[in-house]
Design a protein around this ligand. Structure first.
Ligand code: ADP
Ligand code: TRP
Length: 321
């Protein structure tokens, strides 16, 4: 099965990105044909700083490679190195009803957060559809917030096939419901735009500081607590073994355990979880030329597939000779 996903280089990757999306991407690569990319065209919708965009793209690449992306098996590239996708997006745009995009909640959310309502931001789901469809993807593993964009992709693909013939594969999303939303240190969804993240590779000391600062309610130590309403328990779920989790679950419900005690355990487990990847991350940081080579090679492999689809699309739409 062909699996495709992209992640925007809008800042340092955080544990919400990891548990909500990257971990799935990495585990799916063993049994499938993985196509993963750094969505810098998408990031351009919200970041006009060229140096930052270039640097963030490399940081994301290093994070993925350090965490185990296997470029022998998986095609890994920077979106803007495969231009075909932009031409394809234009063709799809011409088939996309305005109403479909007007209903997209992520556009409305971004405007509400203060981003300027530019056309790229509005057309964002069309470019995302082009990403997915140009590589004939079967399955798109993403976090829960991306579900609507995959539905839009399916709608556009069906419209395309109905108009021009059965050329495009209709994809499905894959969402790990168990980690639907990882909370940030303020209790809202962890997100670069809320400044509430714990970065995967930030210094361990800082990870500790942030976890110890996570907001909780003010239930006294001796009282029973509801694990399902607790931000720390939500993080514990990501890193504790099932046995340990069930012990903590009992401790919450029985009372007598303070949030500080749980926080300390989450710090240990979270730091241990990412420890094996830290050296590799540093090694890549010291060899950025290697990272650039990896991306270049990935772009060539991705381009070959994209060019083939685009050729069919151009022919079907009556573009060129
Ligand atoms: P951010 O909100 O930090 O800008 P992105 O929108 O770039 O993150 O998300 C990249 C991927 O990570 C998406 O698939 C998204 O669903 C997932 N993701 C981001 N934040 C979280 C979170 N807090 N919990 C679960 N998944 C998340
Ligand atoms: N919109 C996705 C996000 O914010 C990133 C993305 C761009 C993507 N193109 C994609 C994800 C194609 C999956 C498939 O997370």
């Amino acid at each position: 099965m062909r699996i495709l996903s992209g992640i925007q280089p809008t800042g340092k990757l955080h544990i919400g990105n990891y548990f909500g999306a990257m971990r799935q991407h990495l585990s799916l690569q063993a049994e499938n044909e993985g196509f993963y990319f750094i969505a810098d065209y998408h990031a351009l919708t919200s970041n006009p700083d060229p140096d930052e965009l270039r640097q963030n793209s490399l940081e994301v690449a290093m994070d993925y490679l350090a965490l185990g992306l296997d470029t022998d098996k998986t095609v890994f590239w920077r979106q803007s190195d495969v231009h075909e996708v932009v031409e394809f997006a234009w063709v799809l745009s011409c088939l996309t009803p305005m109403g479909l995009l007007q209903r997209c909640t992520s556009y409305k959310d971004k405007i509400a957060q203060g981003l300027s309502p530019n056309h790229g931001l509005f057309a964002y789901p069309v470019l995302q559809a082009a990403d997915i469809l140009i590589f004939n993807s079967d399955l798109v593993p993403v976090g829960a917030d991306q579900k609507q964009h995959i539905e839009v992709t399916r709608d556009i693909a069906m419209k395309f096939n109905a108009t021009y013939g059965e050329i495009l594969t209709i994809p499905k999303e894959s969402i790990l419901e168990s980690v639907a939303v990882v909370p940030g240190i303020d209790g809202r969804k962890m997100s670069k735009s809320y400044d509430n993240t714990i970065e995967i590779f930030e210094p361990e000391k800082q990870i500790k500081k942030k976890i110890m600062r996570i907001v909780t309610d003010s239930t006294p130590v001796e009282d029973p607590k509801d694990p399902d309403k607790c931000n720390i328990f939500a993080l514990l779920k990501l890193v504790a073994s099932p046995d340990e989790l069930s012990e903590w679950n009992d401790k919450y419900r029985n009372g007598g355990t303070g949030y500080g005690t749980v926080k300390k355990r989450v710090v240990e487990l979270m730091i241990d979880y990412f420890k094996p990847y830290r050296d590799k991350r540093q090694e890549l940081q010291n060899n950025v030329d290697f990272v650039k080579e990896v991306l270049k090679d990935g772009a060539q492999r991705a381009s070959a597939v994209a060019a083939e689809t685009l050729e069919k699309v151009r022919k079907a739409a009556g573009l060129g000779v």
